[in-house]
Ligand binder design. Structure first.
Ligand code: CMC
Length: 433
């Protein structure tokens, strides 16, 4: 394989180093391009830009591969759980029993919210979007734990475990408290005897005189949902976290920015869009056939939950989540849900239709995750919040990778200016129109 690439420009020839990743990914290093030629590169939307060297997650979208720290997602889904995989993603190795237990203690100790944070959440309007509340409250953690949010990476890294446990534990409590406020319901306090997912469901759904106890299948579906979302390399929210971190910002400020990026409908909102699509199909009296025909003609809406920018094969997460979804449905006794029937019909049609097959449009993780959230009783406006809870370990790992980089440079892309050339100021009385 070549270890340099030759660029000829304005009669000049430049040798650009080639970087090969550990899975054979090839990149041309253009770091010296501008200094040596005056040129920059143009890559609208960064679709062809490697923004960093990272050891966290590997994706091969052509064959449908996803690995956290080298471990295939299928193995982690079968043998691990969300918290263990979170430690793997954040620290680089599967935890020893002692590391696992000490992190669990940190999670338990940090599950409750300080009284001021509870009041902060209560102060939002009842119909506030939970992503707005989540982002603001995660950022406010920096005010409550200033020793973890000094904006000095070296100092903040010394307290990494505590800060990571606070973010992972409290994101769940903040989300559940926000939901309870929106419904005008009393808060539930975290139960130190419960595991991460069971505790979240308790915080959400227990009532003063009736403790919510999920079936093992429901708790395991939630665990899997979170595990499958734990990291997905340089997507929009993760790149945002790294960008903010590159300026020296603390963990809480950085992940709060990640939540804002995730809020966008092109990123974290697809699982909600799947449910909206199914509802619209149902309201139209369609079984999915008309909708598919319209999507294929290009005149109707796209089939939400199908296709992926990176996966041109089955999204490996979708395959895994589908099985657990059916188990959770059976344990909840859900058999004849009209939206579910439509979803199954859509999936069957699309997987056998040449339009979708030729374009390599397979179900993505959002197709099933929206259905799972709905079956668990999570309201639609909380779907993206659930994604954020799952993605927290990935954001933390990516923040750490940036903060611990001894050669860290602030992220500062360039642009190609296409506005007005230089012109002179026009006094108000001489302006036309
Ligand atoms: N339904 C119908 N046709 C589609 C769909 C779809 N869901 N997705 C792509 N196509 C068609 C598209 O019209 C185009 O057809 P043609 O070649 O005839 O013009 C072809 O497939 C390629 O489309 P594209 O827009 O160039 O593909 P992309 O890789 O840029 O888009 C995507 C990827 C995810 C934005 C797109 O597939 C889509 O809009 N899907 C529905 C929304 C969705 O489910 N998003 C969740 C993605 S997973 C989120 C995550 O991992 O964070």
């Amino acid at each position: 394989m070549a270890n340099t690439a030759t660029l000829k420009i304005e009669g000049k020839e430049l040798q650009l180093p080639v970087i090969i990743g550990s899975e054979g990914e090839k990149a041309v290093d253009i770091n010296k391009l501008r200094a040596e030629t005056g040129y920059i590169t143009f890559d609208d939307g960064f679709g062809n830009t490697g923004s960093c060297l990272s050891k966290i997650t590997y994706i091969d979208g052509e064959v449908g591969v996803l690995r956290y720290r080298g471990y295939p997602i299928e193995q982690l889904a079968e043998k691990s759980n969300f918290i263990e995989s979170a430690l793997l993603v954040m620290n680089g190795e599967l935890p020893t029993p002692a590391e696992r237990s000490s992190f669990s203690q940190l999670l338990t100790a940090n599950a409750p919210l300080r009284e001021g944070l509870v009041r902060f959440i209560q102060s939002f309007p009842r119909d506030a979007h939970p992503m707005a509340v989540l982002s603001a409250t995660l950022n406010a953690l920096g005010a409550y734990y200033p020793h973890l949010a000094s904006n000095n990476h070296q100092n903040d890294l010394e307290h990494f475990d505590e800060a990571a446990a606070i973010a992972i534990s409290k994101v769940r409590t903040i989300a559940a408290h926000t939901y309870r406020v929106s419904k005008g319901l009393p808060f539930n306090y975290p139960n130190p005897k419960l595991g991460y997912c069971e505790n979240f469901l308790h915080l959400m759904f227990s009532e003063p005189y009736s403790e919510y106890v999920p079936t093992p299948e429901v708790a395991s579906a939630l665990n899997l949902f979170l595990l499958l979302h734990a990291d997905h390399e340089q997507n929009c929210s993760t790149s945002t976290v790294r960008m903010v971190a590159s300026a020296g910002a603390n963990l809480f400020a950085s992940v709060s920015a990640g939540v804002n990026a995730l809020w966008g409908p092109l990123h974290g909102g697809a699982n909600m869009a799947v449910i909206e699509m199914l509802k619209a199909i149902h309201a139209d009296g369609d079984d999915g056939t008309k909708f598919i025909a319209a999507a294929k003609s290009g005149k109707g809406d796209r089939l939400m939950g199908f296709g992926h920018r990176v996966y041109k094969n089955y999204d490996p997460r979708a395959k895994i989540i589908k099985t657990s979804f059916y188990k959770a449905l059976a344990s909840l006794g859900i058999k004849d849900d009209p939206l579910l029937n439509i979803a199954m019909k859509l999936e069957e049609c699309a997987l056998n239709d040449p339009y979708f097959v030729q374009r390599k449009l397979y179900p993505n993780v959002d197709f099933y995750s929206g259905l799972i959230m709905r079956a668990l009783g999570i309201p639609e406006n909380m779907f993206t919040v659930m994604f954020a809870i799952g993605r927290m370990p990935g954001w933390i790992a990516q923040w750490r990778e940036v903060a611990a980089n001894p050669k860290l440079k602030i992220y500062r892309p360039r642009q190609i200016y296409v506005g007005e050339p230089q012109r002179n100021y026009v006094p108000t009385n001489l302006r036309q129109g």
